[in-house]
Design a protein around this ligand. Sequence first.
Ligand code: C2E
Ligand code: CA
Ligand code: CA
Length: 765
Amino acid sequence: MVLGLTHAGAEDWARMRALQYGRLFEATKLKVASHALAAVASIWLFRDVAPLSMIFGWALLLGTVVAYGARVDLAMHDVTRHKLNAQEFRRQVEIAALTGLVWVAPVAWFTLHAPDSARLELWAILALLLTVSAVIIPAAPMATVAFAGTVGLPVICGFVLTGALPMALITCLFVATIMLGTIETSRHFLMSRLGEAGVAERNEVVSLLLGEYEEGDADWLWETDTNRRVRAVSRRFAYALGMEVSEIDGQPFVQLLAGAAWANGRFHPSMHDLAERLKRRERFANLPVQVVVRGEKRWWELSGQPRFDEAGDYAGFHGVGSDVTQARASSEKIAWLARYDTLTGLPNRMMLTEALGEAMLYAEQWRTRCAFLMIDLDRFKAVNDTLGHLIGDQLLARVSDRLKSLMSETELCGRLGGDEFAVVIRDASDLSRVSRMAQAVIDRLSEPYTVESHTLFVGASVGAAIGPRDGGSVEELMRNADLALYRAKDGGGGQQCMYEPALLAQAEERRKIEFAMRHALDRNEFHLVFQPVVDTGDEAVVSFEALLRWENPELGTISPAKFVPVAEDTRLIVPIGDWVMKQACIQATQWPRHVKVAVNVSGEQLVDANFHNCVVSALAMANLPAQRLEIEVTESIFLRDAAGARLALERIMALGCSVALDDFGTGYSSLGYIRKLRFSTIKLDRSFVQGAAVGNRESLAVARAVVAMADSLEMATTAEGVETEAELALVRKLGCTKIQGYYYGRPMAAAETLTLFQKDRRKAG
Ligand code: C2E
Ligand code: CA
Ligand code: CA
């Protein structure tokens, strides 16, 4: 084992040889010196008995072999790192044997040629050399044994041959002693090397551990005694606590970490967790603990395990810790971002969904109800489009502040996206409370806002759904609240609507309409009807309004009030509107030259890039002068893309077409665009006409104002929806220029319009 001849597993063998031979280079210098000395002494012995050339040749040979051996030894310098391989080991032994053989040469020569005294002197020199190598090179026992063997054996033989038997015996003993002694010394040497290596290895582990933890400047080792008091405080640990080592040593661990909060007992729950584990002597890893360092809350991650003394008794805890405040802050930030809306700071859709899920569970558990309110701002788009996103964003932030101020403990508001908000009401056992909340939201959000010196008016519509009554799942409840919201918005905004199953049926119908409408043009299901507009003065027809009709084999006759909004939402209104435009123009050519045709155009059509082309080609195809085409638009077109809509209208006007403002008074009452665009006619909505006729003062006031304004802007006015004699009298008194209504004629088929002129002619004739 010590010699390196037995193999205790290749890995161990190499490692052990490395431990031995690693020290060899230290002895090499001494070895070379001792050989040189022995050589000089031998040469002095030879000087008279041997020829000079032989002495010189031998010295050269010895020098070469020893030098080579020294080189091999020095090459093993770093052997502790790479471990000694068998080849290196063998080479080392071979060289030792070779060196021995070189020394044997003079022995052989002397035995034959020299006197006994000289032979004894040479042997004394060799014995010294053997002793020296045995003593100074315990690192390489096998080499020494080989050397002693190769030298000793011929010497013994020499003594035997010359009859010096006692000398042979003594030499035998000497060589044996040297060999055994070498092996024994080497064993000790190896043992101590192994011991050293063990210590080093342990040190390595410790420094590795320390290195790893001390490297990052926030990590440290900690240790407590059986009383959970801090012991063996490291500087780093003290630094992490923002204290001196002396202040900390012997302090209760948990109390140290909790800081001032310890006294009032208001420390973070994580501290209880830690204390509990220490008490139970339970090992823990990466336990997050909120500590207080210099009055500042920080997050630490602690790992620890109980330690035991030699007798196996519990001696306290030890472990490592690190400050993870920063990492935690960023992961908290990420978690926050995932659950909150960055613009308003309100919970986002994800968190609202979660909250609704919890509210539904709660409702199920306690057999109560929860509610989900969906809120949509009215006219927000107009603000965004006219004043820009920066103002829009600020407005949204104000809206959220107001919304938040309305919430109690059991309600949570959030932003679903865009101008859509929502409220989760955990306890909706009292249904009137839900509608009170909805109304409060509408009222509060409808109050004017001041953002960067702009006074802004936006309203809100609310749709509500009650769980579990209106839906068993979060998705269903949200969808139904959305349906209710849709209905509320449909009503013109500023309203709340509670979900009812009929809404689902309507939504279903809407879906059906949408589906059927996709093929309606191809299947020729559309046709136009025309309603006459007469001059107030002479009651002569001045124009017809083209009104779209749709007859579907399955759905029957569907009112435009129902299908036009669907067509607008799906943008199917663009190809449909194109068809209407062409049909209307064609029909107009059948009427007298002074009779115009009015065509309703939706906002979606106006902002369509192809709208101008559509008008031009319709006029060209029908060969109708542009002056005979009137486009009817409502105020709603200015809500979306006001600039785009205005531009489109100006291009149509440039062709010679006129533009009428439809349903006036019902929409977004900002009069700015009336001054900017030269409308030919303002159509007073039917509701004012009928309202004023039954004595509604407000309707009358609006009607008067509209007529006065139109007059001052030199625009014509058309009173819509005149059905009765009384209404007719009223609009005459108001001074409207034109009248449209059942009183003069219902929307009629194309062919029927022609009979009107025949009657006219008959009347005139
Ligand atoms: P609108 O432009 O205000 O059209 C006038 C509506 O009032 C028509 O309803 C007409 O039938 C109705 N009306 C006319 N006189 C009277 C009356 O004396 N009493 C009552 N109660 N109603 C009267 P209609 O045809 O159902 O059209 C509804 C709406 O559908 C239209 O309102 C218009 O906004 C839209 N629309 C119709 N055709 C088209 C179209 O081709 N394109 C577009 N984009 N929209 C259309
Ligand atoms: Ca119209
Ligand atoms: Ca109208």
